[in-house]
Design a protein around this ligand. Sequence first.
Ligand code: SF4
Length: 361
Amino acid sequence: MKQSSCKKLEQKIYSGKRISPEDALSLFSWDLIDLSEAGDMRRKLVFPKEEVGFIIDRIINFTNICEAACNFCAYHARANLIKPFELTQDEICAKINELVSAGGTQVMLQGGLHPDYTLYTYVSMVRNVKKRFPQIYLHSFSPSEIVHMANKSSLSIDETILNLKNAGLDSVPGASDLLVDRIRKKVSPRKIGKDLWCEVIYSLHRHGMKSSATMTYGMGETNEEKIEHLKAVRDVQDKTGILRAFIPWSFSPARTGLKDIEPATGIDYLKIVAIARIFLDNITYIQAGWLTEGLKLAQLALTTGANDMGGVLMEETVVKATGIETKAGIDEFIDIIKNAGKKPVLRDSGYKVLKKYKSRS
Ligand code: SF4
């Protein structure tokens, strides 16, 4: 028998009402099956189709030289796992050429906060890519990179974004980590805090550009702080409506400066997906994080509230540096989606369906 407070919350969720942070916190104690059903039901309210999309894209990490040197990151050069590198513009374009040959449509340029890079470095990168590949959608950089560019060039965030937009940048991934300043001070003290992250999103909104939000959990935060992050994301989305997707993933401590932290479990991940889906009633797409959680757990997430598989990435070095290497091709994506009882579709960066694949039934 469920307690009456639990029943009341169940009614609230199933009637489609917005839940409070206190309600969301209590969901951590729910049985996983009940929580998953509630998550999938809320997914149906915002996205009634049974389609699950994916995109063919490539992350190009153009440098690992980074003055932030965050404790939770295994990718930056000072972590001593990857030798310092910087790609030339020609090397970047050669990688995009391979993506185009494979039918890809989106590029995510992302790098460390290089001490010598100014806004000019990034603007010329964008211009060069757009000149050679006008058909490619550039979903690139991050709020912390934008603040870095602004600081290095003594410009405002608005001026920086306007310059990038005029050069051809299409949208910016949210890369929000965990929007809890207590944790940020511990794991990434030289990276931007929550307020500046929000400032960048508001500025993108003023410039008519889209973004997304992520959630890196399992870095020693409490459940209250997990909900604090979700609340920050929901509030920003209420004000802007520019977050196209939410992407939660667990932190992998093994090769970082936080290796004493116990890694999050698969159950933790499925609960986060379901709670995020129920709490974030204003975001349409929740991505299943196959890259960090593995394909089988990502498949399960499609039944607890997630409705997108993200990108069939041709290259990725940031997660790989943590020791996790998950690879997937289009056929695997189609099988995973079909076997979850969903309809696989290829989509573009704006979530427009480009191709439907035959469903299982
Ligand atoms: S997370 Fe980003 S900002 Fe922090 S060290 Fe890694 S590359 Fe640099």
